[in-house]
Ligand binder design. Structure first.
Ligand code: DP6
Length: 352
């Protein structure tokens, strides 16, 4: 008897141009394109094993060892259904292929990062789930095609199908068939860029991304300005900066976009606050660090960005990391009960 089982991993990605807002909440179609950097495989990743077996009675899923409900019509059920649909296409073409699409699946997913990192695991989680089912079903699928399905699990997950520098093009078709992730440049294009993650708080965030962004869509006039008049040009400018390995432009755009994302959160009714005083002090430190460098005839040395929480991600060329870490340790002494307040993750396989 054959065993049908496959394992795959996908890393976390951190957006430089933020996705915030859906034009279709069921298909998860965004109100603007976005762009992120996928961290390297060694550090923050989800690993998922899927197994198809005719003796299973239903689809089931375990997250870090704990079983999660697969709600009918929910995001998980949608991803599994869509992957089975792709498998059926293979079976229709090859009559001898085992009918795996008719077997229930058991899926087990684990994150290798501590929950204390305070990072959303849905991006790496749904990307790893889709990848493992694609391997199990032996689908001849391109990552962009798989990104269409991961997107329906969690929007940002579509970008974790690629390593390196990735754009999620918002698309315009109502069925979402052109709302997918594309590679802007592979990791190897700019290996010098690193990401430093500063854990400001490991509390669970107050407003989830999913509900926060819908409140913003419904109430923020600033979001309308952002999606029409800011993001389209910013997407082009940051792609150019990445292709030219122009850190000054990359840093300025990344920080401006983080600021605008938090501004639209503040413009939401009721307002949403993701950053706290420590987050804002880290911004002040990075701004001053860059100011001194530019005043001395140098360029930008670091860029901060914040997602839907208080933790900072600092992008910087490798040569600046030591200095940045010592500055952070100097101004933000480690909490007694918090042994590892910041962690260094390479975008290219280097970490400490
Ligand atoms: C601030 O992808 O978690 O991290 O599609 O509702 O699952 P859903 O939202 P999610 O939102 C991520 C928002 C963000 C910005 C980004 O990653 O682009």
């Amino acid at each position: 008897m054959s065993i049908y089982q496959a394992t795959a991993s996908a890393p976390v990605n951190i957006a430089c141009i933020k996705y915030w807002g859906k034009r279709d909440t069921k298909l998860i179609l965004p109100t603007n394109s976005s762009l992120s950097v996928t961290l390297d495989q060694d550090h923050l990743r989800s690993t998922t094993t899927s197994r198809a077996d005719p003796s299973f009675t239903k689809d089931r899923l375990w997250l870090n060892g704990k079983e999660e409900e697969i709600n009918e019509g929910g995001r998980l059920a949608t991803c599994i259904r869509e992957m089975k649909r792709l498998r059926r296409e293979v079976e229709d073409k090859e009559p001898n292929a085992p009918k795996l699409s008719t077997f229930p699946v058991h899926i087990s997913s684990r994150n290798n990062f501590p929950t204390a990192a305070g990072l959303a695991s849905s991006a790496s989680g749904f990307a790893a789930l889709v990848k493992s089912l694609a391997t199990l079903y032996q689908l001849p699928a391109h990552p962009s095609q798989l990104s269409l399905i991961a997107r329906q699990g969690s929007g940002s997950a579509c970008r974790s199908l690629f390593g390196g520098y990735v754009a999620w093009e918002m698309g315009s078709k109502p069925d979402g068939s052109d709302s997918l992730a594309v590679e802007v440049a592979p990791q190897s294009h700019w290996p010098d860029l690193h990401a430093l993650i500063c854990v400001v708080s490991d509390d669970k965030k107050g407003t989830s991304s999913t509900s926060g962004m819908q409140q913003t869509v419904e109430t923020s006039a600033l979001l309308q300005h952002r999606i029409k008049h800011v993001v389209p040009e910013r997407m082009e400018a940051i792609k150019k900066a990445i292709l030219a390995k122009d850190f000054d432009s990359f840093a300025r755009i990344t920080m401006k976009d983080s600021n605008q994302f938090h501004a639209v959160c503040l413009d939401t009714e009721p307002p949403i606050f993701y950053m706290n005083d420590v987050s804002r002090s880290i911004i002040a430190l990075i701004v001053e660090y860059n100011r001194v460098s530019v005043a001395n005839g140098g360029g930008y040395k670091a860029a901060y960005t914040y997602d839907a929480g208080p933790n900072a991600v600092i992008y910087a060329p490798k040569e600046n990391l030591k200095e940045i870490i010592s500055l952070i340790v100097k101004y933000f002494p480690q909490a007694e009960n918090f042994k590892d307040p910041f962690q260094l993750f390479g975008t290219q396989g280097v970490g400490a």
